[in-house]
Design a protein. Structure first.
Length: 138
């Protein structure tokens, strides 16, 4: 029988790796867009303020996921999956806005709302589970 060193939270670690990679790629997109002003990149990201928001949000989600993972407190899958999905979709929707602008079609706005709700649920439930864990007597 092998010991689970991830305490069941490997999904959070894997998602953090993905969000970190995307966040770093977006940093280069910002360099190509804002600093070097490469015409293709400027044309692609017509709203660089949303590109910056996406970049920072991916990095923030990485930190949150790594923090939850590092605690080694086992979280149920119904908490981990919303955290993982929301950590990609929330900043991903900023990326869509960087390309399409803020005048998003109603379907995309629905995705924005669903993503925010899902992410909020996951992280609030994670925080509640951690708070309850911290209140246990040693």
């Amino acid at each position: 029988m092998s010991k689970d060193h991830h305490k069941g939270n490997v999904l959070l670690l894997r998602t953090a790796c993905v969000t970190l990679i995307i966040g770093l790629i977006l940093a280069w997109c910002l360099v190509f867009t804002k600093l070097l002003k490469i015409p293709f990149m400027v044309a692609l990201f017509q709203h660089p303020e949303n590109l910056l928001s996406s970049h920072l949000d991916f990095l923030m989600m990485t930190m949150l996921l790594l923090g939850f993972y590092a605690s080694k407190i086992n979280l149920p899958k119904y908490v981990q999956w919303p955290m993982a999905i929301g950590s990609i979709t929330n900043p991903g929707l900023f990326l869509v806005a960087a390309i399409m602008g803020n005048d998003l079609v109603p379907f995309v706005m629905l995705l924005v709302v669903l993503s925010f709700v899902l992410t909020t649920f996951g992280y609030v439930m994670g925080a509640i589970k951690f708070l309850r864990y911290s209140l246990r007597q040693a």
